[in-house]
Ligand binder design. Sequence first.
Ligand SMILES: Nc1nc2c(ncn2[C@@H]2O[C@H](COP(=O)(O)OP(=O)(O)OP(=O)(O)O)[C@@H](O)[C@H]2O)c(=O)[nH]1
Ligand SMILES: [Mg+2]
Ligand SMILES: [Zn+2]
Length: 359
Amino acid sequence: MTIDLTALGWDADRAAHPHRRTDHRPGRVARVDRGVCTVLGADGPVRATLGGPVLAAAAHDLTRLPCAGDWVLLGTWPDGRITVETVLPRRTALIRRTAGKDASGQVLAANLDAAAVVEPVHPEPDVGRIERLLSLAHESGARPLVVLTKADLAADPAAVARQLAAVAPGVPVLPVSAERGTGLEPLRAEVAPGRTLALLGPSGAGKSSLVNALAGTVVMPTQAIRRVDGKGRHTTTWRALVPVPGGGAVLDTPGVRAVGLLDGSAGLDRAFADIAELATGCRYGDCGHDGEPGCAVREALESGELPPRRWESWRRLQREVAYETRRRETRLAAERRGGWRGARRRANRPARPPSPGGL
Ligand SMILES: Nc1nc2c(ncn2[C@@H]2O[C@H](COP(=O)(O)OP(=O)(O)OP(=O)(O)O)[C@@H](O)[C@H]2O)c(=O)[nH]1
Ligand SMILES: [Mg+2]
Ligand SMILES: [Zn+2]
């Protein structure tokens, strides 16, 4: 079995990666299972464990571990073992905040060209969730989309899409039905050869059904949502890159329960471009929109142009991002201090002058 790596997005820039050794072969990570990667190489899929350089990089930063969608360079050992020796720099990545102390985040998908926020049109789309996931999608660097699934269950899915356009400024909102195979055309363009589309959304939204519809065959298992509470069953339990026959790839992800934003505010500003645009009309450049005179945002709230729900949503996410930014700065400062102290303790001998910039 041979795999066309170009269709999966391999190109001259990736091939020119400077650390590439001649005996290392490129491949794209389809899946990671407890440190074992399934990598799509030119000769077919192989299983690879993590090599020394990758483990060393990950010791400082867990986001350096390979993830579905990563391009990697593989080494083959005399005993036949295959290891991931290099994770090529990611062009884009969907990264969510992790719950623990680690403030570096968790990579949900790597090297995606488009990031689709997947939300079912039935029973009712969760607007706040769309806003949050869209911030993440914008932050990834990929082209964001909103995919409204299960269009066959809504009386007028196009009307719902039009309503949602207000919470997704500048972002296409596409109603689709995997069941009927309708609305898939614009998504086919996102999985054209060389391109990767990642799907992000709650359990039961129909992500895997969409993958199967795009791939034209059942590659991902799907499961009916629970009758009792209408929630998904978390059928997909790992991230998987699925090649689309005759095209690029689609990246399926497990349903997300909650997604915390990291400390990037660019994605948030883009997801709320309407509010950012309004704010340019405030009298003061640093307006806090908190009762200052000449505040265009307050005016829009009073006139009803800006719905209070959207305003509250923006404030909440802003606070969250500001908190994460402080948390990261504190952590970095502590690491610097710890680094100094640790270095002195390790040495326990007359200190060499510290290098400029410390650590
Ligand atoms: N009516 C209808 N049902 C759909 C459609 N797409 C998916 N479903 C149903 O929704 C349920 C959940 O679909 P999945 O594709 O498993 O959802 P998922 O987003 O992959 O869920 P997780 O893997 O748990 O994250 C299944 O019963 C599907 O048959 C659709 O277009 N129309
Ligand atoms: Mg699934
Ligand atoms: Zn203002």
